[in-house]
Ligand binder design. Sequence first.
Ligand code: ARG
Length: 456
Amino acid sequence: MKLWDGRFSKEMSDSTSEWAASIEFDKRLFREDIAGSIAHCRMLAKQEIISEKDAALIESGLREILDEIEAGEAEFTAATEDIHMSIETLLIERIGDAGKRLHTARSRNDQIATDIRLYLKEEILSAIGAVKKLCNTLLALSEEHTETVMPGYTHLQRAQPISLAFHLMAYFNMFSRDAERFWNCYERTDYMPLGSGALSGVNYDTDRAFLADELAFANICPNAMDAVSDRDFIIEYISSASICMMHLSRFCEELILWSSSEFAFIEQDDAYSTGSSIMPQKKNPDAAELIRGKTGRVYGDLITVLTLMKGLPLAYNKDMQEDKPPLFDAADTLKSCLVVFTDMLASVKIDKDRMAAAAKTGFMNATDAADYLVAKGVPFRECHEIIGKLVLCCIEKNTSIEDLPLSELQSFSDKFEEDIYERLEPLACMNAKRSEGSSAVDRVKEQIERAKKQLK
Ligand code: ARG
């Protein structure tokens, strides 16, 4: 028996019924579904569409069902198809005829759209909370490492010396934009579809403002057809989640590189690493690798929903039932990755000496050597060429610029003087970057201060 089988002369085949049911995955929306039903029932009573007596029975019945589901006592079967009809069936079994009035002036189409938006609003807030925690961890680490010099790379080749704090603050900015994106997405999710009916509204004098108030929606979907048809808010959320995962994944890639013996800038805590079943010496940065891997899953979820929606005529189509597994998967993956990543990052051991030693090699002071000559009046292009030749000579002699005696430096340019040596120190190169937003210790401290205010 289905709640809709009046017009059918045969039952749905068992195999199809089981296959088409969504209860296995949409049962996790039971809280939202019941909250939506309670608000709807109160509204129906207030508008005198159902009696106060029936409304009271419905509401208490729904609350009991909620408790039972929470306690793991309710049993769902594919026979009742989805979370909406499962709960409605339980309600009718429990309170009889009054329960049959709940679905007045409502469709599963506005119901599911409401459930997902309620779910997603919570999910977005918790993603923002998790991103903020990560940002706080980044700030705390940055404050400790404004003078921890390390190589900055372009093309993964040593480029210019920077501090670890500067590098971490780059990520801080990416993640704070992620939080902003989630917030923008929240604002567009905060529209209530309930009251839209199947597609064109309902034949009753409903009060949608009352419903929105009950369910804490800031806005009401202004067009019933749009309300039940679009899932752009899901796509927007998974897009934002994909971008955030991309940031996590890049960071993971760096942590993986940095923990290799080739870099050895950091050591991952045992708690976030695993061993090898065959090679006794191994300690693998599994958590970071797994986050990098799971990023692909979230991208897949995005493509799933985009593809799902691209050819659908308005309004509701059953295809849309398939939006939930990718949405849940993206939300669960994002949240767990943010939590694991934040804890992992906080526990990483940083080898400042290795970083500092690496910052001394690779001619990362070459730009500063050129700028030294610029300050003495040599045009930059000429300086670039002089230092290029100097670097080539050092490569041939297997030495570095600062290890050449002054007389030899002067054979490249007579503008070199004794003070060149202190200018070539990695920390001096870093601090010479005086532009706003640069890697200089003071500039990074400014960035940290601004970030702290922003986080509040
Ligand atoms: N289980 C459905 C979904 O998730 C609920 C809406 C069903 N509406 C319908 N007309 N079949 O999309």
